[in-house]
Design a protein. Structure first.
Length: 595
């Protein structure tokens, strides 16, 4: 069965209204549509029931808990929108908490980038950012409490042996020979672990639960490991660090979190989440609740931080913010808008089961937003010169063009028009077929906002490529004012040669050619790299107003696509990144392959 979102994406390439109708018709509570009147998703239903029953005093307090071990990607954007969105909808709070329990992989750079990403998406966390490291002292005290209760012990075995003893989902585990150590011995060893008396990997602290449990995570899970590494916030104070399963629920409790929204892989961790809290907290009047939802799986995209880090370290991409990366920083540099990402998160909704979302829906969302806000400009990315032989040599005139027909308040601008112009190489053919409506020998086209021109001849260079096109123009065919307005099927964009600004254009495309690059057991995702994911064009010609652009400015290059000014841009040579093409060409290719 074709994925509903993929079907809607194909429809969007043809007609956005059809796409949204399809999404409306096939709506389920798991996958809500972008509508104020949509049914509640399952998380909203839970929250509303909790508020109605005055659970935790009717409060709604969520959190977004990233690990500061890399840059956030589009999957994290979904979680950000969900956690902050639920808090906003129900008048609650949302914390930003860094799960900084692994100092070997964490950096301040990642902390700063995460805060920037959350703010850029349009959200603000409650108070100052929180850190799991804020609670290291309390977590240590609680670990000692569990030892004293007889439900935690120090294990001297190496991790490989512990893993083997856990058994399998169909075979019970084997108890550690250190499981029945005395409380006093465990407290002494745990304190010595904290003081750095033992080497890395030599001992761990484990919870003493049930080695026969059908849930593997309940088979005496590791709570602490020895890791003598400097922490980006606590320095060399700690020689032991808590595991996620121990730190996470307790951090939620300490912050007063009511709804801990996690992705589906943590569903099997929930009994352990609840077990730790029940063992440590006697007061039953407040409990955080873990709720799982499907993570974002995006076609033609790798979402693993480990794999993304590999792309960066191996210089396959130019950093975490490379516009081909699915990171929020990369999408921002490429020209995506916060509104488009929030709209995408709204469209895909919240599901209880894993599915794959076609990346075309993300691209459709940014097209829809940029169409509303982007000024239309003229840019020729692969120029060939046109000379109007009957146009005066010394004349330049102003052509008035609307900035954005979707925005009546955007106004208009004037661009120069003269004897020598640039058009796209692809807009001219020496021997065009019958239904080719662009320029060719003896053929007429209209120049956008200007005149009808006719090709009289052309000149080739030494390699046989078209070098110059010689045309005549009809002065009575000026758009909007000329008395003579013949019916011409082809309209071309252009740039006047003497005033044109030379620019660099970077044509970014999908980084992977396979729909599921990480889903092949026999092959590495890197084997599916798209060799054409970046094309550099250094001699593009753009209209003069684009000489003064600023980093982050967004435009629609007419007939080409949406572009964003790159931070590398300079006043003498602006640099533009292609955000997305005007149409979803990949969807057309997929339809052709399936048809």
């Amino acid at each position: 069965m074709i994925n509903r979102v993929i079907l809607c994406t194909f429809a969007a390439a043809i007609n956005p209204e059809i796409s949204l109708k399809l999404m409306d018709m096939s709506h389920t509570t798991d996958e809500p549509v972008d509508s104020e009147k949509r049914a509640l998703n399952f998380i909203e239903t839970i929250i509303e029931e909790d508020k109605l029953n005055m659970k935790n005093g009717g409060r709604v307090h969520t959190r977004f808990p990233p690990e500061p071990n890399g840059y956030l990607h589009i999957g994290h954007a979904k979680s950000i929108c969900l956690n902050f969105g639920m808090a906003e909808k129900y008048g609650g709070k949302c914390n930003l908490r860094f799960d900084d329990t692994n100092p070997e992989k964490e950096e301040t750079e990642y902390v700063e980038s995460i805060m920037e990403d959350v703010k850029w998406l349009g959200f603000q966390w409650d108070k100052e950012p929180y850190y799991a490291s804020d609670y290291f002292d309390q977590l240590y005290e609680w670990a000692v409490k569990l030892i004293k209760k007889g439900v935690a012990y120090v294990d001297d075995q190496p991790q490989e042996m512990i893993s083997q003893q856990r058994g399998t989902p169909t075979r019970p585990g084997t108890e550690s020979p250190f499981r029945n150590r005395s409380v006093d011995e465990n407290i002494d060893l745990f304190a010595r672990m904290k003081n750095g008396e033992f080497p890395n990997g030599s001992r761990v602290l484990r919870a003493r639960i049930d080695m026969t449990s059908p849930n593997m995570h309940m088979r005496d899970p590791v709570m602490y490991r020895i890791l003598q590494a400097d922490h980006h916030r606590t320095g060399d104070k700690w020689k032991i660090y808590p595991m996620y399963d121990f730190a996470h629920g307790e951090s939620d409790f300490l912050e007063g979190i009511t709804h801990s929204l996690c992705t589906l892989e943590f569903e099997v961790h929930r009994p352990l989440y609840d077990w730790f809290i029940d063992q440590l907290i006697d007061d039953k009047s407040y409990r955080p609740r873990q709720i799982e939802f499907a993570r974002l799986n995006l076609s033609y995209t790798v979402m693993s931080k480990r794999k993304l880090l590999e792309l960066v370290k191996n210089n396959i991409v130019k950093g975490w913010d490379d516009p081909r990366m699915p990171t929020i920083a990369g999408l921002r540099r490429r020209g995506y808008t916060p509104a488009s990402i929030r709209a995408f998160a709204d469209r895909i909704g919240v599901a209880k089961r894993d599915n794959v979302i076609d990346v075309g829906l993300l691209e459709f969302s940014v097209r829809e937003d940029l169409n509303k806000i982007s000024p239309r400009v003229m840019a020729v990315i692969d120029p060939v010169k046109v000379i109007l032989t009957n146009y005066p040599d010394d004349k330049l005139e102003d052509i008035e063009l609307v900035n954005n027909p979707e925005d009546p308040e955007s106004g208009s601008r004037k661009v120069p028009f003269g004897r020598e112009l640039f058009i796209e190489q692809d807009d001219f053919m020496v021997d065009p077929p019958n239904k080719y409506f662009r320029l060719g020998p003896g053929r007429e086209v209209r120049l956008k906002g200007a005149y009808v021109i006719r090709c009289e001849s052309f000149e080739l260079d030494e390699k046989g490529a078209v070098k110059t096109i010689y045309c005549t123009y009809d002065p009575e065919t000026k758009s909007g004012s000329g008395p003579k307005q013949p019916k011409i099927k082809g309209t071309l964009h252009w740039v006047e040669a003497s005033s044109a600004v030379t620019a660099e254009v970077r044509l970014y495309d999908r980084l992977f050619m396979d729909e599921d690059p990480a889903g092949h057991k026999e092959k590495d995702a890197l084997e599916f790299m798209n060799p054409d994911s970046l094309k550099l064009l250094n001699n593009c010609k753009v209209e003069p107003m684009l000489a003064t652009v600023k980093s982050g400015d967004k435009f629609q290059f007419q007939r080409i696509g949406y572009f964003c000014v790159d931070p590398d841009s300079a006043t003498n040579k602006p640099v533009f990144n292609r955000t997305v093409s005007l149409k979803d060409n990949w969807a057309k290719v997929s339809q052709k392959e399936q048809g």
